[in-house]
Design a protein around this ligand. Structure first.
Ligand code: FE
Length: 230
């Protein structure tokens, strides 16, 4: 498998490039508009054909490259069926698979950070978006975020995966690149709670500023990153 973890410095976003083999089809997860040229160049260098770009949820801190990649490469764009983004060509739902050559990604619906948050699962790794971060979890205070739903997504779905499963989140702000389910169960401070209500209380007690780009990024991302021509 070809696997690359790419980083957008300003928003601390991780973008993942996946392909089964050189010369084959490729998938990008959570691409950032400003890095589009870098992705296109890397895909060419690795002799890949981009067939699909996926966002795990509507991002509030950066503008997605889904529209730009569609325009430049002709790839399909995908989000989960709970999304309000009408620009995507594929809407997936839990229980379905995304297939790129012989790579099959299982879809898990993992709301809580937003109500349109999904995780993508391969046999040895999971892309958790902002549901599960390394030693953290995504905030639940905007975009229909819901700490109770996030608790269910975490404890009912993600933490039930095999302990060795590698965890690749959509962001890291502390220089961490990868974790495992077992490591997060034991060492993620947000997960050391007595139950659902304690988790909800913990999340509701966070007082966070809105992301700097939120008022621009959210509406733009509803259009796959196409900027309003106002
Ligand atoms: Fe997010």
């Amino acid at each position: 498998m070809i696997f690359r973890q790419l980083f957008h410095r300003i928003s601390s976003t991780y973008t993942y490039l996946l392909a089964e083999r050189q010369g084959g089809e490729a998938l990008l997860i959570d691409p950032v508009l400003e890095n589009t040229a870098q992705y296109v160049r890397l895909i060419e260098e690795l002799d890949l054909k981009l067939v699909l770009a996926v966002d795990t949820h509507i991002h509030a801190d950066h503008i997605t490259a889904l529209g730009a990649l569609r325009d430049q490469t002709g790839c399909a764009s995908a989000m989960g069926d709970m999304t309000r983004a009408e620009c995507v060509s594929i809407q997936f739902r839990e229980g379905e698979k995304l297939q790129v050559d012989n790579l099959n990604l299982d879809i898990l619906y993992t709301p809580g950070h937003t109500d349109d948050s999904y995780s993508l699962l391969l046999p040895d790794r999971v892309f958790t978006g902002d549901t599960l971060l390394i030693r953290g979890t995504g905030r639940t205070d905007f975009q229909n975020g819901d700490p109770a739903a996030q608790y269910d997504s975490l404890f009912g779905k993600l933490l039930k995966l095999r302990e060795e499963t590698l965890v690749y989140p959509a962001h890291d702000y502390n220089g961490m690149t990868v974790s495992t389910i077992g490591e997060e169960k034991r060492h993620n401070p947000r997960l050391q709670v007595s139950g659902k209500q304690a988790y909800i209380n913990q999340m509701n007690a966070l007082e966070l500023d809105n992301p700097r780009l939120m008022d621009i990024a959210v509406p733009a991302n509803h259009a796959c990153g196409a900027l309003a021509a106002a």
